[in-house]
Design a protein around this ligand. Structure first.
Ligand SMILES: Nc1nc2c(ncn2[C@@H]2O[C@H](COP(=O)(O)OP(=O)(O)OP(=O)(O)O)[C@@H](O)[C@H]2O)c(=O)[nH]1
Ligand SMILES: [Mg+2]
Length: 260
């Protein structure tokens, strides 16, 4: 991927995208945090570089994690199930408030036998997306365990959470509203933002990823400003070290013993 190519016009975020449900939103402010907006405005010009956030996508097998990412990144949908083995990776570039910003989307395996490999990639995430199938209440129940496992590798105070109900096209409005009640409770309990999507029709997929990009960006800029890194301007090139978060691991790490 050429990181220097201009950001696609349809990946430019100038205003804060809205949440899906006010009852389970990370916040309901109508605009970007004024500190973030101000910092970006002042330092927008003349800065070359990019910021990157790592997003991990977890959840039961076959709930639609890969389809969700493929719908957004490639605008494709495959009706045949091909299990993800270990992890897959996509990079999606945005421009948020004039600042280049990339999301690394780590698509992890839901199958138990690959979980051990996948979990070695959980570390260093800025956001965790936990997916369940709105037609399968069991997959919603399992989201708590997926979250617990992902948080073992991450600092809970530094990571933002999204709970995503998939395959909305397969449920009737009545069935959907029943599971949504439970999902909202789970999301509130986790302090996650709730979304429901369909990768088949594309419903809410773009809005969801825009919200992920915007909130992850906002969170990381705020954290950066709080750390008082006044010497580094927003949008300055971030040094990518393999130690920090293994951002560009191209080959899987050594297979852990538990997976053998
Ligand atoms: N109708 C419908 N089917 C979907 C949707 N999303 C995924 N599917 C189907 O569900 C199956 C599983 O989708 P995947 O995206 O591969 O599931 P996954 O969560 O990545 O599965 P693992 O990689 O094993 O963890 C496939 O047959 C998809 O076509 C959706 O929004 N609507
Ligand atoms: Mg998959």
């Amino acid at each position: 991927m050429n990181v220097l190519a201009p950001v696609r016009r349809d990946r430019v975020i100038a205003d804060l995208p809205r949440c899906f449900r006010k009852e389970a939103a990370l916040h309901t402010r109508p605009a970007f945090h004024p500190t973030v907006a101000g910092a970006c405005q002042e330092q927008r010009t003349g800065v070359v570089g990019f910021k990157i956030s790592k997003i991990i996508v977890v959840g039961d097998l076959s709930v639609g994690k890969t389809c969700l990412i493929n719908r957004f990144c490639k605008d494709t949908f495959d009706k045949n199930y091909k299990a993800t083995i270990g992890v897959d990776f996509e990079m999606e570039r945005f421009e948020v408030l004039g600042v280049p910003f990339s999301l690394q989307l780590w698509d992890t395996a839901g199958q138990e036998r690959f979980k051990c490999i996948a979990s070695t990639y959980y570390r260093g995430a800025q956001a965790i997306v936990i997916v369940f199938d709105v037609n399968d209440v069991g997959s919603l129940e399992h989201t708590r365990q997926w979250l617990a496992d992902a948080l073992k590798e991450n600092d809970p105070s530094n990571v933002i959470l999204f709970l995503v109900g998939s395959k909305k096209d397969l449920s009737t409005p009545a069935q959907y509203s029943l599971i949504e009640k439970d999902a909202l409770k789970v999301a509130q309990e986790m302090q996650a933002e709730y979304w429901a999507v369909s990768s088949l029709t594309g419903e809410n997929v773009r809005d969801f990823f825009f919200r992920v990009a915007a909130l992850t960006f906002e969170n990381s800029v705020l954290a950066e400003l709080e750390r008082g890194s006044s010497t580094r301007r927003i949008g300055d090139t971030v040094r990518i070290s393999s130690k920090e978060s293994d951002l560009y691991l191209s080959t899987p790490r050594k297979k852990p013993k538990c997976c053998q």
